[in-house]
Design a protein around this ligand. Structure first.
Ligand code: SF4
Length: 360
């Protein structure tokens, strides 16, 4: 989709669904969570109202690791289904809920366990590195997981003479290949939201304000263009960074410029603005909206807490094998950033919290 056609598009419908259904919605949500002994976790791409009411906000792995350590009986995961599954994998004894189990992920859907088994059969002896954006069944067929913040470390830890199957995101895979110098077999998957943030969109945003710093998520189609622009001198190299969502939060905390352009899903802007109110954070592409993330609305969260649904189940045998891939990643380290805490669960709704520990 071109920049011009994006500008002509009508405002996305989720903008109308961000409104809490009543003035005391946040109080109701926190009270119900306390009644259920539930901790509310929200991904960085969730609607602002959901992020504000959650006890913890962060990326998928950070939240799953928090889920595994909090004392609560229930986890209410405001994100997409594979994230809630990961929480269940790491917290098999807890009840994991998601406000809408139909909230999927176009990237996770690009590869099934059957497809991975067939790919492995073509490359015997290869190590399978799976991005966290995968189903439990695909994780169970993988050797080690990774996130966008530690993918290079995970790949670098694989012996140099061992072939690597990297899945499912081809843009992240290409970025990791550049960083590590490793040739890998890349699964041709992509997220339809990040795929739309292409080089043309990025170039236009930079041309509109060459003084702004630029943060680019490695899932974006423009990640290669960003590096080419820096290499050609079209933008000073120090003004552009390819970073994970947790890396974006770190960059926001120390940003010394007046404006930062951000290439990822627009929900991320809410956290960046919270951690540094002195900087103006704007999207490279204001239409980069994940329709799955925005399926989790304030009304659905309230209903889910009232009715105790939708429960997420993962087959125990699949979960055990998937847990091995996730734990091998965690054992490699560099997964200790990536979330902000809204304070303890006894605090009031929407209480702004100091940045807290987490994992990325
Ligand atoms: S933004 Fe892309 S990768 Fe993230 S949940 Fe949505 S579809 Fe999946």
């Amino acid at each position: 989709m071109t920049t011009e056609s994006r500008q002509r598009k009508a405002a996305p419908t989720w903008l109308h669904e961000d409104e809490p259904p009543s003035p005391d919605w946040a109080e109701q949500v926190r009270a119900l969570a306390a009644e259920r002994d539930a901790v509310i976790l929200a991904h960085n791409y969730q609607l602002p109202a959901i992020q504000d009411v959650a006890h913890h906000v962060g990326d998928s792995l950070a939240l799953s690791r928090i889920a595994a350590t909090v004392p609560h009986r229930e986890i209410m995961f405001c994100g997409v289904h594979f994230m809630a599954e990961t929480a269940k994998i790491l917290s098999p004894d807890k009840r994991v809920l998601i406000p809408d189990a139909a909230a999927g992920c176009s990237l996770a859907d690009t590869i099934t366990a059957d497809q991975l088994r067939a790919w492995k059969a073509e490359h015997p002896g290869a190590v399978v590195v799976a991005y966290i954006n995968t189903t439990a069944e695909v994780k169970a067929e993988s050797d080690v997981c990774c996130t966008s913040s530690n993918a290079a470390d995970v790949v670098a830890a694989v012996p140099a003479d061992t072939p690597i199957l990297f899945l499912p995101d081809r843009h992240l895979g290409a970025h990791v290949s550049r960083v590590t110098g490793r040739q890998m077999h890349l699964w041709p998957g992509q997220c339809h939201v990040h795929e739309e943030i292409g080089g043309e969109v990025l170039a236009q945003a930079i041309a509109d304000d060459p003084s702004a710093d630029v943060l680019v998520h490695p899932e974006c189609a423009c990640a290669t263009s960003a590096l080419e622009m820096a290499a050609s001198g079209a933008i000073p190299a120090e003004k552009i960074r390819i970073v994970s969502t947790s890396g974006m939060v770190d960059e926001a905390r120390r940003a010394g410029t007046s404006r930062v352009l951000v290439a990822t899903e627009v929900g991320m802007l809410h956290q960046l603005r919270r951690v540094n109110a002195d900087v103006r954070f704007d999207p490279v592409d204001p239409w980069a909206v994940c329709p799955y993330m925005k399926m989790i609305t304030p009304t659905k969260l309230l209903t889910a807490l009232r009715e105790g649904r939708d429960e997420v189940h993962v087959d125990p045998e699949v979960a055990a094998r998937a847990r091995g891939a996730v734990e091998r990643m965690i054992a490699l380290g560099s997964t200790t950033q990536g979330s902000t805490s809204q304070g303890s669960t006894t605090q009031g709704p929407g209480t702004p919290g100091a940045p807290g520990p987490g994992a990325g």
